[in-house]
Design a protein around this ligand. Sequence first.
Ligand code: 5GP
Ligand code: ZN
Length: 121
Amino acid sequence: MSAQHDPNCVFCKIVAGQIPSRKVYEDEDLFVFHDIHPWAPVHFLMVPKVHIPSMAQVGPEHERLMGRLLTLAPKLALEQGCNPYPEGGFRIVCNTGQEGGQEVHHLHVHVIGGPRPWAKG
Ligand code: 5GP
Ligand code: ZN
């Protein structure tokens, strides 16, 4: 693996196909897959393919990547079964650092939605 990946990172391994996942979407920069422990009827994770530990490391060089990630989220949310805005909608969560509740240290955005009740939130 190149320096853009961390051989000990679970999400780098998912991106590389070394750990199986239920893939939602993939392009040259982004990988999207279902969360293994969903809180809600729709719960997927969007990650950059490069290893960025968290939002705390995001800089100007990532503007295009993060813009693409966020603009893709609503499209995938609808495709995955979230109901349309405004009655439906979804939640986008990006836990960052220990106090932010981050468990996996590869930048990821949770997209959560579908009919309530949800297990969390
Ligand atoms: P965090 O608390 O870091 O924002 O959330 C990490 C998320 O990754 C959790 O919701 C957890 O269920 C999910 N997760 C952790 N390991 C795996 C895995 O191996 N496969 C998948 N699909 N999800 C994972
Ligand atoms: Zn990683």
